[in-house]
Design a protein around this ligand. Sequence first.
Ligand SMILES: [Zn+2]
Length: 358
Amino acid sequence: MKKYLLAFLLIALCLPVMAKRKGENPVVVVMVDGLRWQDVFMGADSALLNNKKFVSNIKLNNEKFWRATPEERRAALLPFVWSHVAEHGILYGNRAKGSRMNVANGMHFSYPGYNETLTGYPDDARVHSNDAFPNPNVTVFEAANGDARYNNSVYCFGSWDRFHEIFNMQRSGIPVNAGWDASKNLGKTQAEELYDLIGQEIPHLWPTVRYDAFTYRYALECLKTAHPQLTFVGFGEPDDFAHEGRYGSYLESAQRFDLFLKGLWDYCQSDPFYRDKTTFIVTVDHGRGSEKWEHHGNKLPGSDETWFMAFGNGVKAKGEVSGGAQIYNKQVAFTIAKLLDLDFKNTEGKTEKAIPLK
Ligand SMILES: [Zn+2]
């Protein structure tokens, strides 16, 4: 009897140690709306860069983005990705090297793409428009917020105002700062007060999508003041500039995304709460038409082609993946769940394999 009691005590003592403690592995998820794998892995496309229809100042944009080789071009476009991430992380989706990632949903546009990526459940039956309906599926963010270890430590920031519904703000209770929202911080920092004012004072090119700098700045302030365990940062400019056929502006937005990614990472590495403990997951909601780059959807082939990168805690420095198994956006939710040690199931009660980070 005594032997059993001892074994029981030992298990009881070990249990709290086995479960992940608060602050052990913060995760930052960054998504970039409609940024093509072609530009991520090969840099600027000469056919688009030299087309007057898509680029107003061809000379200037060539100086900025054109280089002799794809390796030089992508490094000019995304310098942080092709130095830090390529050196310390893992990148999937370069189809020229046989690494394939796709969405599993049949829509190939934003809400279905975010839904699939964040809930692990492509839902063509219910999520087949970008309309403002509350997501019937539960995101891994909502699941984390419902877990005692992460409750009130989950924050979402997005340029597109549809993130209020995608994260089902009302049901999930997650603070979602998206579109042209002002800061929702109760004790606003001076910086947040300034961003709020500037957000009101500048022209809004798109009524439902704010400029990515605001999303970045609000997210950065939140990392500093609230130390979230799980943060979502959704950039939107590339998709909107692409739909307008403005390839130069689209590339500039891609370059700013790289700068913001570096800013978020550098901040995390400067703060003992995050330093050397944090994992970054970066991906996209859909591809773009290979014939018609401006747009995307299931009538435009190529629109289901996506990419994925990760770096930081728990990620091996593998660089660009060549070949390997086909992966899907629906696996991203389970990759996040694994990092958080969260028992997450999708709407059908199923799980998918996490994307290998090692
Ligand atoms: Zn779009």
